[in-house]
Design a protein around this ligand. Structure first.
Ligand code: AMP
Length: 305
């Protein structure tokens, strides 16, 4: 089975939602992505943490068979993000971003990771995404995720990094901001003109859109009776999407494989939002994941008379 390498943040998150508040819990784009992808394919993680990062957490990632050789521990503090959600859980309001050890991070991809076929350039500074990609020998499928913080601060570097990718996976509001196009169909055309032929637009609780080879496919979000914290839903989605693609016996990114992959993305995101932080991502099995996949099939099937 093909391996996935991910670069992104390992973080302490402080989160407030209408349903509760948690201080400094473990989060980060690489963290959510790896936990999610690990249910599908071997996952290798490149990131940096500070001296304050608990070794127990690295052990927990290892217990999910995630390769953590690429996570450096450096002097200083771990990345810290603080965010708030109001009743519109689709919109995260960033209160604080402290890059901390990421400010001087020079990613070194361990040589054992360099044969990775799938590359996830998770949400982190675009130059770091590019530096990781440059160290992979012969990637077959490269996807990138980002957020408003980087669109506002490093748009040019970001567009350059996007140009090297097959797929861009991004929130609806953020693709509008990035492409300066309000209409999402037109935004997809702009993204294609930069390089990636596949665009996945995450629409929070409403699901996701896939633009691929001139066609559009849509998956809903699962209507859940209880949603506590949407943090990490996007990265978990990307983990399910990339994980499913990497788990395919033969490398084929066909239209239908991509469609199934965004359903698996939506399945994984539906687990994350049920609880604060990573809690609900730790206790899954492939059977539980596939049961929920079937609920998506039921949710979306109808007959043509
Ligand atoms: P999402 O999946 O979009 O909800 O992403 C949530 C995760 O992104 C949180 O766990 C944060 O630690 C992380 N995060 C927030 N801001 C940034 C940033 N500027 N760069 C990298 N990661 C971030």
């Amino acid at each position: 089975m093909a391996s996935i390498v991910v670069v992104g943040s390992m973080a302490f998150d402080s989160i407030e939602t209408p349903f509760g508040k948690e201080g400094k819990i473990l989060g980060g784009s690489a963290n959510y992505f790896s936990l999610s992808a690990s249910y599908f394919a071997p996952t290798r993680c490149v990131s940096v943490v500070g001296e304050d990062f608990p070794v127990e957490h690295l052990n927990l990632l290892k217990s999910r068979k995630i390769d953590v050789k690429g996570i450096k521990q450096e002097a200083g503090k771990t990345f810290h993000w603080a965010g708030r959600y109001s009743y519109d859980l689709n919109q995260a309001h960033t209160l604080e971003t402290h890059l901390n050890v990421f400010e001087r991070f020079e990613p070194e991809v361990p040589k054992e990771y360099r044969d990775s076929e799938f590359v996830m350039l998770g949400n982190i500074a675009p130059p770091l995404q590019a530096k990781v990609l440059a160290q992979i020998d012969n990637p077959k499928f490269i996807a990138l995720d980002t957020m408003n913080f980087w669109i506002e601060g490093q748009r040019d570097a970001l567009i350059q990094a996007i140009g090297k990718c097959h797929a861009l996976i991004i929130n609806e509001g953020e693709v509008r901001q990035l492409t300066r196009q309000h209409n999402v169909v037109q935004a997809a055309q702009v993204v294609r003109s930069w390089g990636p032929q596949i665009l996945v637009v995450k629409q929070g609780e409403y699901g996701a859109l896939l633009f691929d080879h001139g066609e559009v496919f849509s998956v809903p979000g699962l209507p859940l009776a209880e949603v506590k914290d949407p943090t990490g839903a996007g990265d978990t989605f990307a983990g399910g999407f990339m994980g499913y693609l990497a788990s395919q016996a033969k490398f084929s990114i066909s239209r239908y494989t991509l469609r199934k992959a965004i359903v698996y993305g939506s399945v994984m995101a539906s687990f994350t939002v049920q609880e604060f932080g990573i809690k609900d991502l730790l206790t899954l099995t492939r059977e539980l994941i596939d049961e929920r996949y079937k609920r998506f099939v039921e949710l979306t099937s109808f007959h043509v008379d």
